[in-house]
Design a protein around this ligand. Structure first.
Ligand SMILES: Cc1cc2nc3c(=O)[nH]c(=O)nc-3n(C[C@H](O)[C@H](O)[C@H](O)COP(=O)(O)O)c2cc1C
Length: 171
């Protein structure tokens, strides 16, 4: 797999923060002890915090990928051109139940900066968690959003991560 580095200041020109995450989704992927797990994500944001270029993702506590993110302290976000069927599969099957779900999806793991991504991806961000905390129902100013989005009270953990590097995946 060949990659081309992207200047961090250009990320939002390349990955639309609303359309890219919300409508085309991405894979949040982490590795621990040589094992890789991934999930499909649609919630997230780009920004600036503590003078670092950051990305924020929201991961529910029951996600198997969360264990890998916590153990590793790093994760990647891989963006695709298409591949919605594969992302749909990875977003509806847990690695806790289907340990070979990546293989079954038909996507192929590759590495960049020692972190897992996918040969079929178009762009990848290498991210280092700098802050995490669970959303708290009492902190929703509009309580109906908490009720609508978390009927099972599985409040997402917000991961704020420094974007360490960004790459275009060429082949
Ligand atoms: C389009 C789409 C978007 C999703 N967005 C998120 C998200 O932002 N956060 C999250 O925790 N789960 C999200 N999910 C659900 C996970 O991808 C799904 O539960 C996955 O099977 C978890 O896999 P894991 O248990 O192996 O980590 C989304 C699923 C789909 C299909």
């Amino acid at each position: 797999m060949n990659t081309k580095k992207i200047e961090l200041s250009k990320i939002t020109n390349i990955i639309d923060p609303i359309v890219g995450m919300r409508e085309q989704w991405d894979l949040v992927t982490a590795e621990h002890d040589g094992v890789v797990n991934t999930l499909t994500a649609a919630w997230g944001a780009f920004g600036n915090l503590c003078e670092k270029k950051i990305v924020t993702v929201y991961i529910r506590p029951q996600r198997y990928t969360k264990k890998f993110m916590d153990a590793s302290g790093r994760f990647t976000m891989t963006f695709f051109d298409g591949h919605m069927q594969e992302l749909g599969y990875l977003g509806s099957n847990s690695g806790a139940d289907v340990p070979n779900k990546i293989e079954k999806s038909g996507l192929h793991v590759a590495h960049v900066d020692g972190q897992p991504t996918f040969e079929e991806g178009k762009y990848v961000l290498v991210c280092k968690t700098i802050y995490k905390d669970a959303l708290k129902p009492e902190n929703f100013v509009d309580a109906s959003l908490a009720a609508e989005n978390f009927p099972d009270k599985d409040y997402s953990v917000m991961y704020i991560a420094e974007i360490e590097a960004a790459y275009e995946i060429e082949a």
